[in-house]
Write a protein that binds this ligand. Structure first.
Ligand code: URA
Length: 292
């Protein structure tokens, strides 16, 4: 660099220092879209539109007024792209729960499903205990707006310990999806928690022994709507003995919830023409839950 260029540069540095601009760096030729280059030979200052972009970091102080024109050095200033250092944003305090988890529900003072399950224990209260493999307590969202109550576990449920996981369960899943919900959003349980031998209908004494656990589950969840699937559920929850094909699709009161009866999915599998009933009743469920 010749003496004059060096003086010009010193003047410019001083000028920018007065503006509060302290740090300078030059973009590499590649960053400017040109070829990578080593040290450049001394060259006359480039024409205005070819001037190299010099980025400067402007630290906190605002630029002071420019010096009077006579104090300015003669050479045209290089094009400057100031990168104003913005103070790092103050982070809000981290929430105490992960944004991807459901926040912990407020305590309700009610019995929880875990407590009811613990009380049920390795139940031997009725004769169904002798033939079962697994107790099928129930599954799903403990804060569900919608609870399904079936009759009792079948072979698949007894094997897996989960309600409605066999063919009837797959139909139930499809119906749940058809009204825009996911199985995990609802709660599913049965009148009796152990499989009746040969999938027979649960007997009166079995229902009387087991149904208090169902009532406690409903009390713990307090859903907006209980959907009774099939006659034993309707009789147990609503005390209605009338034929299900006559009373299906109607809304009843159950404590602070509403309840609706529909045909059991297993019945629809045996009588495919009756799927229409199930569909119509699920549409009522959808409409009910969409009313706020
Ligand atoms: N039928 C029921 O009533 N409940 C089940 O869990 C499965 C089939």
């Amino acid at each position: 660099m010749d003496e004059q260029t060096s003086k010009d540069l010193a003047n410019w540095l001083e000028f920018y220092r007065e503006l509060g601009i302290e740090d300078f760096y030059r973009r590499s030729a590649s960053a400017l879209g040109g070829a990578e280059s080593g040290p450049r030979p001394a060259a006359p200052l480039p024409a205005e539109d070819e001037r190299p972009v010099i980025e400067a970091r402007v630290d906190a102080p605002l630029p002071r007024p420019a010096p009077p024109p006579e104090a300015r050095p003669p050479a045209p200033p290089p094009r400057v792209t100031p990168t104003v250092a913005v103070a790092a944003p103050i982070r809000p305090p981290l929430p105490t729960f992960s944004l991807f988890e459901t926040p912990a529900p407020k305590p309700t003072g009610r019995e929880t499903l875990e407590q009811i399950r613990a009380d049920l224990g390795d139940c031997r209260r009725c004769k169904l205990a002798g033939g079962r493999k697994t107790i099928v307590f129930g599954e799903g969202n403990p804060h569900a707006e919608l609870v399904f109550v079936g009759e009792g576990p079948g072979a698949d449920e007894d094997e897996q310990g989960l309600p409605f996981v066999g063919r009837a369960g797959r139909l139930l899943n499809r119906m749940i999806q058809a009204i825009g919900m996911k199985r995990g959003e609802v709660y599913i349980c049965n009148v009796v928690k152990c499989r009746p031998p040969g999938n027979r209908v649960p007997e009166k004494d079995e229902i009387e022994t087991c149904s208090p656990f169902l009532f406690r589950q409903l009390e713990a969840i307090q859903p907006r709507l209980i959907c009774c699937l099939g006659a034993p559920a309707v009789k147990t929850v609503l005390g209605i003995k009338e034929g299900i094909t006559r009373i299906h699709g109607q809304f009843y009161d159950y404590a602070s919830s509403k309840a609706l009866a529909t045909v059991h999915p297993a019945y629809v599998l045996r009588n495919p023409r009756e799927e229409k009933i199930l569909r119509e009743d699920f549409e009522k469920i959808r409409q009910f839950l969409n009313e706020k």
